[in-house]
Design a protein. Structure first.
Ligand code: CLR
Length: 264
């Protein structure tokens, strides 16, 4: 059954044909994206809620702050790569993704995986005290001081606040992250029109969910957030280039291979 759905999204020339528009199909598409999201989300919302009281104490914050720049970068790169691995797993189960060429799958992940991690960050974020679940406890922006990229950290925390303000449901986050990933405007795509067909089906799925939830006005806000995401991943790449120039050896020998493959 799953295979049929995947097949139909890829072979149809017209994504708005009756076939794709049939309600059963769109429900199946949404259900498999939501399932894939749930299976790769690391923590359930209730679990994260229960962990909220776990904050880094003064000494622990001090320990992070006294790390050297390259030590802290390496530490964060490892955590980030961990999160990216779940995003890759999520992508693989988005109907249509696996039917794209390997080159296009990698191109989408190169530009999109950091953005999806930042969307996912909103679940791991406590707006009451501006902290993010990192390394087993909740951490404020000051914990990341030794990365020496305060502007990126500030922008990322601001973005988490603005995502949380939308109060998305788990299903909405699932469909939105799929749409962030499957974007036919990304650079270096071989078969743009095929990516576009998959993108339209995911877009349709998101609209379907928002319509069902009576929250169609969210669509516009989500497109605004996508623009912010783009600038954030651009800033991440800029910082990474700066880091690689200053600490080529750390970047070369101590960054996780997947982090290098996707971003460096
Ligand atoms: C996002 C949601 C994931 C779990 C997770 C793991 C690592 C976290 C990440 C979340 C949010 C962003 C994060 C990251 C580790 C470092 C990074 C806090 C919670 C910050 C923004 C620093 C970026 C540093 C780069 C410039 C190397 O499921």
């Amino acid at each position: 059954h799953d295979l049929m759905a995947i097949h139909s999204y890829n072979t149809l020339e017209d994504p708005y044909s009756l076939y794709t528009h049939s309600l059963r199909n769109i429900d199946e598409l949404c259900a498999s994206i939501v399932r894939s999201y749930r299976e790769t989300s690391q923590y359930r919302v209730e679990e994260l809620q229960a962990l909220r009281w776990k904050l880094f104490c003064r000494d622990e914050i001090q320990a992070f702050q006294s790390k050297s720049v390259d030590e802290m970068w390496q530490h964060c790169a490892i955590r980030l790569t961990d999160a990216v691995q779940y995003v890759v797993e999520f992508a693989k189960h988005i109907p249509g993704f696996r039917m794209l060429s390997q080159n296009d799958q990698i191109a989408l992940l190169k530009t999109g995986s950091m953005e999806v991690v930042l969307v996912r960050m909103s679940r791991f974020f406590n707006t009451e005290n501006s902290t993010v679940f990192f390394d087993g406890k909740f951490a404020g922006a000051e914990v990341f001081k030794s990365l020496a990229c305060a502007d990126l950290i500030t922008a990322v925390f601001d973005f988490a606040h603005s995502m949380c303000a939308l109060k998305l449901t788990e299903q909405q986050i699932a469909l939105f992250s799929a749409l962030v990933l499957i974007n036919s405007d990304r650079p270096c795509l071989e078969d743009r029109s095929r990516v576009q067909r998959v993108q339209r089906s995911v877009e349709y799925g998101l609209r379907h969910i928002l319509h069902r939830d009576n929250q169609e006005s969210l669509m516009h806000k989500l497109y605004q957030r996508m623009a912010v995401l783009r600038s954030l991943s651009g800033l991440h790449m800029e910082k990474l280039r700066w880091f690689c120039q200053r600490y080529p050896l750390t970047a070369y020998s101590l960054f996780p291979p997947l982090y290098k493959e996707l971003f460096a």
